[in-house]
Design a protein around this ligand. Sequence first.
Ligand SMILES: [Zn+2]
Ligand SMILES: [Zn+2]
Length: 79
Amino acid sequence: MEINPNAPSCPHDGSALQFQDGLWHCAQCATHYRLQGLCDTCGKELEKLNACGATNWFCNHCNTLKSKSVVQYRLVNAA
Ligand SMILES: [Zn+2]
Ligand SMILES: [Zn+2]
């Protein structure tokens, strides 16, 4: 399923998640999720860089800045 990084939906019930304290919260599941970006080249987790209101993703493994269009997103349970 395609994840919209600006408005992801719950992987369990598909309801809209609310952004709270850096995490995405599902009211239905009472669960917090963390949005991860994965490298399209090596599959490792990307580092999220926030600059000037824009979000960029950087792969420490490939030492490359990734454009949003190639980042693969994943929601993980933040407990
Ligand atoms: Zn949910
Ligand atoms: Zn990489």
